[in-house]
Design a protein around this ligand. Structure first.
Ligand SMILES: O=P(O)(O)O[C@@H]1[C@@H](OP(=O)(O)O)[C@H](OP(=O)(O)O)[C@H](O)[C@H](OP(=O)(O)O)[C@H]1OP(=O)(O)O
Ligand SMILES: Nc1ncnc2c1ncn2[C@@H]1O[C@H](COP(=O)(O)OP(=O)(O)OP(=O)(O)O)[C@@H](O)[C@H]1O
Length: 443
């Protein structure tokens, strides 16, 4: 991009940007300044746990965010249609500007996040993306997570029964709830991905109930009204009021707006009416859209070995190197460089052509790199979110957009392998197995 086409964040004031939300890696702000090229955009900025000083001054330095944009445009766009992707652009940053934004907006962040990390002031570039939550009355964000039970081919005798019964999300959720990391949620992604109206309805109810119970602190459901994150406590909904038999009339502005955008008459805006109206809105959008089917197919077909099979393939490839027995084989993914964009392009060619014809029950060591990359890409789709924007008039179809399509790094493989073992071991010994139904599971 030529210098005159570049977007500079210093062409806006930090006060023009309103805090929207954040995840583990980034913080997102929406533009509220005077009309211009930043209209209807959000700014997605990297976070860091360590207060750091900028060490580089070159504007041209290639940063992760450039790679993320290319990754979405050249890799993700090959398997997810453009209508479901936000537009992304690079914007040049400035340390003092970032510092001012941080000073201005830090108190808008959830306290738990605020105490853990902050904006990375060393970044020279950020991402501008289509603002999916501003400029509409209602936007609903769902992080659906893992869509399937793994194929049994490479599961060990210790894990095969549990992994074929309970899905990874439900096991992980139980694991975290017993460690007090997160409240328990009844939500099962396999219901949401099922394609069946009754099960999708149950999943949406469970997401709503968990949203209430956790006061909106779980990341599987977020509701935005007029561009601002809605908290159940904002709508005067408490766990108590939700479960008591007497209907509660909502009084706060946001609840009226939620009732309005869901076409619930204010005098009927009780907790159960709102949940029903919410569910029917979300259900209609999901049934009309192909997005869950697409994400489910991608996750499943990119992960035909499970992390257990991937690990076995890795260690087979290291055994082929005939290391002396005193030398421990390196951990899964160890010292493997992250793929370049060209390698990703080669991989996506393979995935969209011959990958499905390979015998995944007997994977070939020569294809190790492709299997590692397939698992990483599957992880991206297991961790993304979808933003639903109902069409108020009901005349056109709602918009459904996928966000957070960042590539994962090879360094994660070892963590994923350990986490998988911890979750599965813990669940096998601690819980009565919940039965999750995978519609594609061959019995
Ligand atoms: O492992 P999981 O399933 O807990 O996923 C992590 C997410 O946790 P979740 O279960 O959605 O609350 C986690 O989400 P939160 O930070 O909890 O909102 C991140 O998305 C993390 O990926 P990254 O570090 O941002 O690249 C995710 O890590 P990866 O698994 O993608 O490495
Ligand atoms: N284009 C967008 N428009 C509006 N809001 C957005 C947009 N992109 C992200 N957000 C909001 O910002 C939040 C954080 O963004 P994102 O999920 O990309 O961050 P992350 O750090 O990668 O998250 P995670 O830790 O879940 O991987 C989202 O959950 C969403 O609420």
């Amino acid at each position: 991009m030529k210098e005159h086409q570049r977007l500079h964040i210093t062409d806006t004031r930090p006060g023009d940007w309103k805090y929207v939300a954040e995840g583990g890696a980034t913080m997102v702000f929406s533009y509220t300044g005077p009309p211009g090229i930043f209209n209807r955009m959000v700014l997605r900025l990297r976070k860091s746990t360590v207060p750091d000083l900028p060490q580089r001054s070159l504007d041209d330095v290639e940063e992760l965010d450039d790679f993320i944009i290319s990754f979405q445009e050249r890799i993700v766009a090959r398997v997810i249609s453009e209508e479901h992707l936000p537009r992304l652009k690079t914007v040049l940053l400035d340390t003092n500007w970032l510092q001012s934004l941080s000073n201005l907006r830090n108190m808008d962040r959830p306290p738990a996040r605020r105490h853990k990390d902050g904006l990375d002031l060393t970044k020279r570039k950020g991402i501008l993306a289509t603002d999916l939550v501003g400029n509409v009355d209602l936007a609903i964000e769902i992080k659906p997570k893992w869509a399937f039970l793994p194929c049994p081919a490479h599961l060990s005798s210790a894990t095969i029964t549990i992994k074929r019964t309970t899905c990874r999300f439900c096991m992980h959720n139980y694991f975290r709830s017993t460690k007090n990391v997160a409240p328990i949620s009844a939500y099962c992604p396999l219901d949401l991905y099922s394609g069946e109206e009754d099960r999708i309805t149950r999943a949406i109810h469970d997401l709503w109930d968990a949203w209430i119970k956790s006061d909106g602190s779980l990341n599987n459901l977020r509701i935005f009204v007029h561009g601002s994150l809605l908290k159940p406590s904002d709508v005067r909904l408490s766990v108590l009021s939700f479960y008591c038999t007497k209907d509660v009339i909502f009084q706060a502005d946001s609840s009226r707006i939620l009732a309005d955008v869901l076409h619930v008459s204010e005098s009927y805006a009780s907790s159960s009416h709102l949940r029903d109206a919410f569910t029917s809105t979300v259900l209609r959008i999901l049934l009309d859209s192909d997005i869950l089917r697409v994400l489910s197919r991608l996750q499943r077909t990119l992960d035909p070995l499970d992390i257990e099979g991937l690990s076995k393939l890795w260690f087979r490839s290291k055994a082929d190197l005939s290391l002396p027995s005193s030398v421990l084989a390196p951990a899964l993914g160890f010292d493997t460089d992250d793929p370049s964009l060209t390698e990703w392009e080669d991989f996506i060619d393979i995935y969209t052509s011959v990958f499905k014809t390979w015998n995944h029950s007997l994977p070939n060591v020569a294809n190790l790199k492709s299997y590692l990359m397939a698992y990483m890409l599957s992880a991206t789709f297991k961790d993304c979110s979808i933003v639903l924007r109902p069409d108020k008039s009901g005349t056109t179809s709602a918009s459904v957009t996928v966000i957070d399509m960042d590539p994962k790094s090879m360094i994660r493989l070892e963590k994923w392998e350990k986490l998988d073992k911890n979750i599965t071991d813990f669940y096998t010994h601690a819980a009565e197995a919940k039965v999750c139904h995978d519609r594609f599971l061959a019995s």
